[in-house]
Design a protein around this ligand. Structure first.
Ligand code: 6R9
Length: 557
């Protein structure tokens, strides 16, 4: 990057929390990051305390903690107000007997109550299990059953998708509307349960290529990773208005929608409602958003809407970030040419708990690359035996373990956990990548069958299992099909049971069946009926790889 370009960016961004990557990349110790947290002096930890209460104690109680916007509805809460509401929710949970280590699920739309509920659970030492608001019965049931959740905070609408009879561990259902309406008694004593750095914080369910979604459990120590990446990568500064578009049911929505910005005392934006380009631009203009974290699919949707952004004053923006799927150079160029800003890609996973490969705000960007390792992180590109390959080769993207954000365990599944650490000292991501001479990492695909549609991980097994529950479906194989907007879409190949005849109506019915029982984002957008599915000779397993190859050949024909 030329000096002129750097100065241009600095003029927009002011000064950075981290001036120069090269200054810290070799000398940074995670211990330095831990010093940013108050527990470092006391030895006591609680992530909810560090995100909210601490700022109140330090005199920032009147600062705006959140702006909520949904259609015509507007609401802003200060750190004081968020603290009081969190205490109120925490007290209600305590009154219902919730104890340290219990799993408490939160199934709410993107509203302040969702964020407050998650913090309340954490405050009393329990483990928060946030669920994406679009999940349907099966998805909700599988997740709560897996880690035996005892309490659920939801609302009167979403509770209709909670199959209570099929979740034996669930003792109590609390409604956000009812908690809000209860008189708030001033807390007699602090509700903060001081815990150990290794104690459970939050559990996120995520898909792989086999089996049902797995519960990725994170510990309180991950906030060391959250606070420093929030500072350096999100570059949060005192007057920022920060908007992460992800729901806290996904790891981006909890780590970079809640923990990282609030650990850094940012004012966050919580937006309800569905994606609509006009509303998104309107939100940025109205709330004067400075820092915006979203995903390539959203950027591509905005791009496909043409020039409507010109009708909005987007001049408050100074920093844009992206995550979840490959960011096309085309999108970077669009933002640079039209908004005068670069989009900064970041790479990480549910399991990694925080950013691992990033573009720091003032560093050179190479469109097509995901950036460079975060300070304190070492990337390895490995061959199939776990040996490091020379720069420029494509191999398995691995990270030297551990680091503070790394998952603590996969709930109840040691084998699955161990499968990430096949080679001594390395965490294996399941992604394929190459690293160039300057350290920039380029994504090359997945080494397994996981599907990434609109930045959301979808396990083909979960979709196939749901498909074959439909009376017309005999067998199913599910793959990701390349798509210009969503990156990939879910495509299902099915064989029909005898007596069923292929028709548009039947295929639509099958699609809706998955949508209604599993979730909208996992429902196949395309279903193709075939006479038989390719299988392995010996075990008779469906060969998704073959289906994908055929699909790619069709696209390139
Ligand atoms: C945070 C999050 C993780 C998987 C990951 C990779 C893909 C994430 C990416 C990216 C290309 C990026 N992915 N960031 N691919 N470029 N910048 O997304 O977590 O939902 O667990 O997904 O997403 O394949 O392995 P998660």
């Amino acid at each position: 990057m030329s000096a002129k370009e750097i100065n241009e960016i600095k003029a927009i961004a002011g000064s950075y929390n981290l001036e120069n990557y090269d200054q810290v990349k070799d000398t940074f110790e995670w211990e330095d990051a831990a010093k940013e947290l108050s527990y470092f002096q006391t030895g006591k930890v609680n992530a909810a305390y560090e995100t909210i209460d601490r700022h109140v104690e330090e005199g920032y109680g009147d600062k705006i903690a959140l702006h909520y916007i949904n259609g015509d509805e507007r609401k802003s809460l200060t750190f004081n107000e968020v603290k009081h509401q969190t205490d109120h929710y925490a007290q209600v949970l305590k009154d219902h007997g919730v104890q340290k280590g219990d799993r408490v699920f939160v199934f709410l739309p993107k509203t302040p109550a969702c964020y407050i509920s998650i913090l309340a659970v954490i405050k009393i030492g329990a483990i928060a299990g946030p669920l994406f608001e679009a999940f349907m019965e099966e998805a909700v049931k599988d997740r709560i059953n897996d880690c035996k959740g005892t309490v659920l905070i939801t609302d009167k609408e979403l509770v209709k998708r909670v199959p209570q009879k099929d979740i034996p561990s669930l003792e109590t259902i609390l409604f956000a509307e009812e908690i809000d309406a209860l008189p708030q008694a001033p807390a007699k004593e602090s509700l903060v349960e001081w815990v150990d750095l290794e104690d459970g914080l939050i559990i996120h369910y995520t898909s792989g290529s086999t089996g049902k979604p797995k519960g990725v459990l994170h510990a309180h120590r991950s906030m060391i990773h959250h606070i420093i990446s929030g500072k350096w990568v999100l570059d949060i500064q005192e007057d920022d208005v920060y908007w992460c578009t992800s729901h806290p049911g996904w790891v981006t929505g909890s780590v970079y929608g809640l923990f990282a910005p609030w650990l850094n005392r940012a004012t966050i934006v919580i937006q309800g409602g569905r994606f609509k380009a006009e509303n998104w631009y309107q939100l940025i203009a109205e709330l004067k958003v400075t820092t915006w974290y979203s995903a390539p699919t959203a950027f591509r949707m905005l791009l496909s809407q043409g020039e409507i952004f010109k009708e909005y004053d987007l001049s408050s923006l100074r920093h844009i970030l992206s995550v979840g799927e490959p960011l096309n150079p085309e999108v970077i160029h669009w933002a640079w040419n039209n908004l005068g800003l670069r989009i900064h890609d970041t790479w990480w996973m549910t399991e990694t708990g925080g950013h691992l490969i990033v573009n720091l705000p003032n560093e050179k960007i190479k469109p097509g690359s995901m950036g460079r390792p975060f300070p304190g992180i070492t990337v390895g590109i490995l061959d199939s035996e776990g040996n490091e390959l020379p720069r420029g080769s494509v191999g398995q993207l691995a990270i030297r373990a551990p680091w503070p954000g790394l998952m603590k365990e996969i709930w109840g599944n040691k084998d699955k956990f161990n499968s990430y650490f096949l080679y001594e000292g390395w965490y294996i991501s399941g992604d394929l990548a190459l690293q160039d001479e300057e350290g920039y990492v380029f994504f090359q695909g997945r080494s397994d069958d996981m599907i990434n549609s609109a930045g959301e991980r979808i396990g083909p097994f979960e979709v196939e299992s749901k498909l074959i529950e439909h009376p017309a479906v005999s067998e199913a194989g599910v793959v990701g099909k390349p798509d210009p907007i969503r990156g990939e879409i879910v495509k299902a190949f099915i064989t029909l049971r005898t007596g069923f005849v292929e028709s548009e109506a039947l295929l639509e019915e099958i699609r809706l069946f998955v949508r209604k029982n599993l979730s909208a984002h996992a429902a196949p957008r395309e279903i193709e009926v075939v006479d038989e599915l390719p299988k392995t000779k010996i075990s008779g397993k469906i060969l998704r790889r073959k289906l994908k190859e055929q699909e790619l050949q069709k696209l390139h024909a």
